[in-house]
Design a protein. Sequence first.
Length: 247
Amino acid sequence: MVTAISAHRGGSEHGPEGTYEAYRSALETGAEYVEFDIRRTADGTLVSCHPARVSRCAVTAVSYDRLCRLAGYRVPRMTEVLPLLAGRAAAHLDLKQADCAEEVVELGAGILGPARLLVTTGDGSLATALGRRFPAVSIGVTIGGDLAQAAGFAARRLRTPGLSRLAPVLAAGSGWAVVHRRLARTGVLAECHRRGLKTAVWTVNADREMAHWLACSHVDVLITDRPGHAMALRARTGAGGPAGFGT
């Protein structure tokens, strides 16, 4: 198995992350996945925007045009940027708002096909609902990286000794675990392998750590802000690239 590369928000090697420039650059590198943080503006526009607020205004409370003025650049519309991926890369859709989740997945599946989507969320119940609604789409639950989430898990483990860190993934019935890089060091990836779960590790940017996870047989997708560098590093190891996409 060869680890695929996901360009986190398009990467930031040749332009600001989360911009059209970043996404075009990610496609030029040949990255297998391009990652988007999805939100919806007050006038219903689906956009790639990581922060929930821009210049102290909630993305959900402003129109698309106002969001662009506040951000100082043309925020990518999903209806425009997803077609750029067709025949070139899969879309990694990281959902930030539950109320637009089905609309986002329908849009992505319609443009790219369900096999060319990886949909991720930290909301296990949302992952369950999407898995039932879109059985042909890969759905992943994000774990680790959130201090409140980690504290909550520690409290649950006190009540239930032996509770797996993968409990949110397993409860959701998801086929993917999206694991923060620090949590990935604890042996959770081996457990994923034993349970037949696919894995994505985020967000890996340091050379040494990148080389480690690219060489790890338990990592299906490496999420990075440096997709071009990751692709070059993978090529230098002689690993080549994945034969294709899939669930």
